[in-house]
Design a protein around this ligand. Structure first.
Ligand code: ZN
Length: 389
């Protein structure tokens, strides 16, 4: 699927996302090294089309009433960036550095430190080794078709805020903060954990209502927090719910700054950065905004890493550090002026959800053509509707 960066209906998923092909996973042919040959062949064809559009473009002719034979303009098209979750990136680019290997990152040579602690991604200092290896080497063993797109640069593969933050590190942060405050009685004073979780639920719902947010989560329970002795806590909720929960916790803990100083710092700094990304509707961040994110983001990651280390020393499972946390470090570095929120997959996920409804109504054997046909038939109405909204 592709989307234009300058469409008329960018906030309407069905009128701004365009289907290229449907590839059922049952058709995948995998290489011995794990390369998805089917996806690589499909993307090679897609690249040929986009390169044709970049080199030769499309002639626009004058209107038919005037003859329609005169070319009045030539439009050229460029691919400006990629949007997708990490799993999809690994498939379509054939990354050999991925979350399940020691070297994890497609942008740098940071690792989990299995072979060499000097390259560890848990080093969040300013002079961490991995920062000096940004875009130094290729994260694949054979060049994927997408890398042969006209004007391709590796930094165009942007970490997705929805999966990296809202469904990733934000859930770890909200889970740890909730576990800490609900096993004590300072913020919520119910007689046991269940009672305090009920108080937390009521407080969250009141906050959401008074700030005009709709929540999908019904109750905060032990299960929803993965509250078990041998598991890291995680706030199991939608991406939007985790955004609201962090804003609520920030508000909730303000009167407890003396007691929960680190938690307040984590919530304040991260909320500030992501509000800035999401509230900025332009394509670019100003130099001032980038500097703010760099400073607050650095404070956030250093405090988070310290809390994670303290938890490990106390054999407490809190503040999980995972490869996604490292990608958030790259997001906070703000090396590019482009706003990473423009490359988040919120609307793409919405589009996929609607498309998968179509898929369910289509026979699996003919799905490749059936879904394309149904999508094309519904397109005029989707564009009409977007124009009326
Ligand atoms: Zn990296």
């Amino acid at each position: 699927m592709w989307a234009t960066d300058h469409g008329r209906y960018m906030t309407n998923s069905m009128a701004s996302r365009w289907l290229i092909a449907v590839l059922p996973a049952s058709l995948y042919k995998m290489n011995a090294d794990g390369t998805n040959l089917t996806v690589m062949s499909a993307t090679r064809e897609i690249v040929n089309s986009f390169n044709e559009l970049a080199h030769h473009g499309v002639d626009v002719r004058d209107v038919a009433s005037l003859g329609g034979g005169l070319a009045v303009a030539n439009l050229k098209f460029m691919v400006m960036g990629f949007r997708g979750d990490w799993k999809a990136y690994v498939q379509v680019f054939g990354f050999c550095r991925a979350p399940n290997t020691d070297e994890v990152c497609w942008l740098c040579e940071g690792s989990k430190g299995v072979h060499n602690m000097a390259t560890a991604i848990t080093d969040v200092s300013e002079n961490a080794y991995w920062r000096r290896t940004y875009l130094n080497s290729s994260p694949w063993t054979s060049i994927p078709p997408y890398a042969t797109l006209h004007g391709f640069r590796l930094e165009m593969v942007v970490p997705d805020l929805l999966h990296m933050w809202n469904l990733g590190m934000a859930r770890d942060l909200a889970g740890s903060v909730l576990k800490i405050i609900c096993r004590e009685q300072h913020v919520f004073n119910g007689p046991n954990i269940e009672a305090r979780l009920r108080q937390a639920t009521d407080s969250l719902k009141t906050f959401a209502r008074s700030n005009g947010h709709c929540l999908r989560i019904k109750r905060i329970t032990r299960a929803k927090l993965h509250w078990e002795t041998r598991k890291y806590p995680e706030f199991m909720a939608s991406g939007h719910d985790s955004y609201v929960a962090l804003a609520w916790l920030d508000e909730c803990l303000k009167p407890y700054q003396q007691r929960y100083g680190d938690l307040c710092t984590l919530l304040f700094t991260s909320n500030w950065c992501f509000r800035l990304f999401y509230a900025n509707t332009g394509w670019f961040l100003s130099e001032g905004e980038r500097q703010t994110v760099r400073v607050l983001g650095r404070i956030f990651l250093q405090v988070y890493a310290r809390c994670a280390l303290d938890a490990v020393r106390q054999r407490d499972l809190l503040f999980r550090w995972r490869p996604k946390s490292h990608m958030i470090d790259h997001v906070f570095e703000c090396r590019r002026a482009i706003n990473p929120a423009r490359y988040s997959t919120w609307l793409d996920e919405d589009w996929l959800k609607k498309l998968s409804k179509n898929l369910q109504m289509t026979a699996s054997k003919t799905a490749q053509v059936g879904v394309l046909q149904r999508w094309l038939m519904a397109l005029p109405e989707a564009i009409d509707k977007a124009g009326r909204d």
